[in-house]
Write a new protein. Structure first.
Length: 135
C-alpha cells in the first residue's frame, strides 16, 4: 500500500510540474489558444482552483489502480509500456470526454485537441513512471 501511495504521489507531483510547464509552452507557441483560458468559461476562483491543482493526483491514483490490474498486458520497454498506457487512457477516457466537451461547451476544436494531446502525454508519463517503479 505504501508503494502505491508513494508512486502515485510521485507521478502526481511530476504531472503537476509538467502541467505548469505545458501551460507556459502553450502560451508561447499558441497564444490564441492560451488566450481562451482567460474567458469567463473558465473559473479558477475559490475551491475550483484547488480542485484543478489536485487533478494530476486524482489521475495518478486512478492510473495506478489501472496499472496494477493491467500491467501484465503491456509489453516492451518502459517507454513502450508508458506509451501503451497513454494511448489506452486516451482512447477509453480522454477521447470520449473531449468529444462530449466539444459537443456541449463553448470551446474551440483547437483547445479540445490540445487537451486530447495533453491527456495522452499525461497517461504516457504516468505509464513510464509506473513501468520504472513497478514493472
Amino acid at each position: 500500500m505504501q508503494k502505491f501511495l508513494t508512486k502515485s504521489l510521485l507521478a502526481g507531483s511530476i504531472l503537476l510540474a509538467l502541467n505548469f510547464i505545458g501551460f507556459y509552452i502553450n502560451m508561447f507557441f499558441f497564444p490564441s489558444i492560451a488566450e481562451q483560458y482567460f474567458s469567463p468559461t473558465f473559473d479558477m476562483s475559490g475551491y475550483k482552483g484547488i480542485l484543478f491543482l489536485l487533478h494530476p493526483f486524482v489521475l495518478s491514483f486512478s492510473l495506478a489502480w489501472f496499472w496494477l490490474g493491467f500491467k501484465d498486458q503491456l509489453s516492451g520497454s518502459i517507454w513502450v509500456k508508458g506509451l501503451e498506457l497513454g494511448l489506452v487512457y486516451g482512447a477509453i477516457a480522454v477521447f470520449p470526454s473531449m468529444w462530449m466537451i466539444l459537443s456541449a461547451f463553448d470551446v474551440t476544436p483547437a483547445l479540445v485537441i490540445t487537451w486530447l494531446i495533453h491527456g495522452i502525454i499525461q497517461g504516457t508519463v504516468v505509464g513510464v513512471i509506473y513501468a520504472k517503479i513497478n514493472p
